[in-house]
Ligand binder design. Structure first.
Ligand code: UD1
Ligand code: CA
Length: 458
């Protein structure tokens, strides 16, 4: 059977109090709308139509997958939004309608809804759940076991407000009945909107069967209307992601304080300490240790790497290397195997070869560093002349003494030594020692001549 899906994403989301359309707010690093689209894509043969409206251009730009979009110029209600997609609703088949503000929906729950719809041979089936606090959701009013109608909070009586079974805003329709019912919706309600929920009672009045699939997975249907709900949904999503990694063999010492975005991949036996943030397309290998408060964004970390309280952005680190504490790897840094990048070392747009070390307090920018190089404490790669950035090459086995400045562009050849405190402006040949500092001079008796000696001695 051919299943199409329509995602409603045209609303402004006034209760968010945001300049950004509601569906573009992110949950664990991805817009709510893209989470919903992902769930649709996980279903077989789901062609996806997104109804956009408020700041539709902005919404369109953020879509992560190929989907069709239709424009709802004025947001006259959820039923009106579906009408805008009418040309894509076939004469037969099944249409799934979901809201773009419900990022926790899972393919599993959607599959069960479709299954219930098909088994029961219903013309329309609504996904519901029971909530301890149903405030804000449309209530499911039943007649016996059948659905009588869905009533919005704002249109409900005190008695109806007591109902704990709520509308998820997710439905399965037989296309032909949806098409027939849509033009019959009226906006005679508290919000003067064309409610999609009314389609159900309209189809029932045709004398057709309406299904209700009540799920116990109440989290799945949670919708975001406010920032408070955004945080609630995020906590659930974050927990789902953390649980998935733990089930795959990753240790997360304190899941409550660990933020891992959806696309991140982590291999077995890696240990994640509290306060860690892993974002974007980050991949972490086996047996790594990621210590407290590290932040890793769009980076690839190989096996057995230790990262202590450091920030790593758009970079790669090979196996057995040690980073931090308090190191800062800026974009396009490539760290080899068995490398040590110690405390307060900043690396930017540089390659560092295997077994090299920068143990403390250094700036390495726009450099190509070979194997087994030692970069002493306080070394600065002087890459910027005020106008352009220049490159430094340090070949294998070179030793850069502490507190040296390497003024780029410059090449330090193999096995060369640079005396500490040097400011190097010319190429250093292989196996040479470069000393570029003024010679020390001791002026004997200078203190006494100036009368600066200890007072008691005077
Ligand atoms: C809707 C349901 C309610 C249900 C709840 C579940 C209706 C009338 N009410 O209420 O029964 O419990 O969802 O979360 O359907 N949208 C448009 N165009 C519009 C209006 C809305 O595209 O003209 C989109 C919004 O962007 C949003 C979704 O539809 O993604 C739901 O709209 P929203 O205003 O949040 O509906 P609720 O009041 O939450
Ligand atoms: Ca909503």
């Amino acid at each position: 059977m051919k299943i199409k899906s329509i995602i409603l994403a045209a609303g402004e989301g006034k209760r968010m109090k945001s300049r950004k359309p509601k569906v573009l707010h992110e949950v664990c690093g991805q817009t709510m709308l893209n989470h919903v689209i992902d769930a649709m894509y996980s279903l077989d043969a789901a062609e996806c139509i997104v109804v956009i409206g408020h700041k539709g251009g902005e919404v369109k730009q953020t879509l992560s997958k190929e989907v069709k979009t239709v424009l709802q110029e004025e947001q006259l209600g959820t039923g009106h939004a579906v009408m805008m997609a009418d040309e894509y609703i076939d004469e037969e088949g099944v249409v799934l309608v979901v809201c773009g503000d419900g990022p926790l929906i899972t393919p599993n729950t959607l599959r069960k809804l479709i299954e219930c719809h098909e088994k029961g041979q219903y013309c329309a089936t609504v996904l519901t759940t029971e909530l301890e606090n149903p405030t804000g959701y449309g209530r499911i009013v039943r007649l016996g076991s059948q659905l009588k109608k869905i009533v919005e909070e704002k249109d409900s009586s005190d008695e109806e407000k007591e109902i704990k079974e709520v509308n998820s805003g997710i439905y399965c329709f037989d296309s032909q009945y949806l098409k027939k019912a849509l033009p019959l919706i009226k906006n005679t309600n508290a919000q003067k909107e064309y409610y999609l929920t009314d389609v159900l009672s309209i189809i029932r009045n045709f004398g057709e069967k309406i299904g209700v699939y009540k799920t116990s997975e109440y989290n799945d249907i949670m919708a975001v209307n406010s920032r408070v709900q955004l945080a609630e949904v995020e906590a659930i999503m974050r927990n789902r992601i953390n649980v998935m990694h733990m089930e795959n063999g990753v240790t997360i010492i304190n899941p409550d304080s660990t933020y891992i975005e959806k696309q991140v991949k982590i291999e077995q036996d890696t240990i994640i300490y509290p306060g860690v943030t892993l974002k974007g397309n980050t991949i972490i290998g086996k047996g790594c240790i990621i210590e407290n408060n590290s932040k890793i964004v769009d980076s690839e970390i190989a096996d057995s790497v230790t990262i202590k309280s450091s920030t790593i952005i758009e970079s790669t680190i090979d196996s057995y290397s040690n980073i931090g504490p308090y190191a800062y790897l800026r974009p396009n840094s490539h760290i080899g195997k068995h490398v040590k990048i110690g405390d307060f070392v900043e690396v930017k747009n540089s390659t560092i070869g295997d077994s090299s070390k920068a143990s403390h307090l250094a700036y390495v920018g726009d450099a190509e560093i070979g194997k087994n190089v030692n970069i002493g404490c306080g070394v600065v790669f002087v890459n910027y002349d005020g106008k352009t950035k220049h490159k430094t090459i340090v070949e294998d086995d070179a030793f850069i003494g502490s507190n040296s400045n390497l003024i780029a562009p410059i090449v330090i050849r193999k096995n060369a030594y640079i005396a500490c405190g040097s400011t190097i402006t010319r190429e250093v040949p292989e196996e040479a020692l470069a000393v570029a500092r003024s010679r020390q001079m001791n002026k004997e008796g200078w203190v006494r001549r100036k009368g600066l000696q200890n007072k008691e001695e005077k």
